[in-house]
Each structure stands twice: as structure tokens, then as C-alpha cells.
Design a protein. Sequence first.
Length: 322
Amino acid sequence: MSAVLVTCKLPSSVLAKLRERADVDLYAGEAAIPADELRARASGKQAIVCLVTDAIDRSVLDAAPDLKIVANVAVGYNNIDAAYARSKGVVVTNTPDVLIDSVADFTWALILAITRRLSEGERLVRRGAWKGWALDFMLGTELKGKQLGLVGLGRIARAVAARAPAFGVHVAYVSRSAPGDGGPGSKNVLATAESMSLDRLLNTSDVVSLHVPLTPETRHLIDKKAIARMKRSAYLINTARGPVVDEAALAWALQQHLLAGAALDVYENEPAVHPDLLGLENVLLVPHLASGTAETRTAMADLAIDNVIAVLGGRAPLTPVP
């Protein structure tokens, strides 16, 4: 049987399916597998099932000369040296599509929470500082009639756009590629959405939501210069990848009230958060939960395992990375 390294706990039903077809070496630690242990345990394996927190770099790939596939339980794969893997004949797969709805729903949860100051109000109640209802107390911002600017137009962004009519929001977007299928309703929404340059989108949007992969071009895409183009009344939402935002620049802008607020699910040096963000009331900080439903995480793990089973069985992978 083939040998497979699984770097994290997976649902028991998913692991059982893999164990029927392969010898499984499961790392069961609570934290990410240490780099030296990852290299050691990769040796002799034909497959690695990993998370976005696992760096599958040249040293890991070189330590596993028998490797045929790296299956990432995530959509993004910036944790893997995919080009080097390809040069060694190793297939890299990810888990697109299965998390579209959960992340789109979560994006709207962040938008609603930050514009209506929910986390700020919850903290106020918990520390016993609420003195009672008042007409002008902790006022938020209405979404109806406002512009949602989507930076990137992948399937998650299009699913976010499909939900916009429920809130009376106009959608604008910037994308390098043509719109495609983002699920039910997305084509109708994009028919009325407005394509524009990044500069114009930042200038005119009331909420800016990031939906781009992490590449050299998108690292610190939202920096001081980009933030300076945004409205002072605008909100920034990031469910993409942490390093797309320069956290130091964002903290400075929030401290100076150059933005109304921000909601982050991902971080530049995850799990660390820039210390200047931690003390600010006008930022919502969430621990990478966008795809965090039992249904979605199980589906992600199941797809990763199906990719492994296919490749080890001599078949084409279901979802190879581009």
C-alpha cells in the first residue's frame, strides 16, 4: 500500500476512507507540525495531506523522493512551492468550490458586524460599561444604497456579490479575468455590477472586500497609499490572505481615523496579530473562521483525500492547482 502523511486531525469518516487504501501516518498534535518533523515524516511517503499552515517547501519536497501528490486542505496554496513540486513531477491539489458559500456568508457576517459595531458593543456589555439605551448611542452605518467594492472576482467574490441585493448594495469590482460562474444569482448581480480600476474602486466604495490570492503582486496590495485613496467612512474586509494587507499601515490608518473600521479573518504573520490592532475598537479580529463550519471543513478534507486516492490510483487529480 502507498504511504500517506496527514499533517493534521481530519474527520474520522474521511480518515477511514483513506486508511482503506493507504498506510496513514497521522500527525495528531494540536499545533502545526514542526518543520523538522515534517521533513522527517515526509520521507518515504507517496502523498502528503496538509494545511495552509504547513510549509511544503523545497526541503520537504527533496526529503520525499517518492512523493506523487501534495493535497492542500485549502483553496490557497501559497504554503506550497508548487513550481518546484511540478518540476519534480509532484501533483499539487487544493479544495476549491466546497467552501464558496460558507466564506461568502461569513464575509457578509463581517460586513454586518463591523458596520453595526457588534463586537464593540459586545465588549462594552461584557465589561459592564453599558449604561442603557440612548438615541445617539453607538450608531452604526446603513448598507442600503452603499457601494461594495470587490477586489478580485473569483467564485467566492461572486457569491458575495450574489448576496448583495438582499442588503440593497451596489456592487463594483476590479478583476484581471472575465466574470464566470459564482453560483445561483451571481450572473444577474454581475450584470448590474460595475467594473472599475482599483484606484476608482478604492475612491468610491463604502465597503472594500478582498478576494485575491496571495502572490508577489498582491502582497501588501492594501498599503498606506491604497488606504489613503479610500473614504474616511469606508470599511475594509479581509477574508483572503493576511499579507494582502500591510497590517502596520492599517493600524496606523485606524488610529488616525482615516478609515471607519476593518474586519479581519486572516493576518500577515498568522497566528500573530499586529499589536497596534489589538487595542483598537474600530477593528473586528476573528481567528481564520471563514470556512469554519463542520459541513465545509469535512467537505474540504474529503476532497483532499479524493485527490490523493485518484493520483495514487493512477488517475488524474480532481482539483489540481493551475
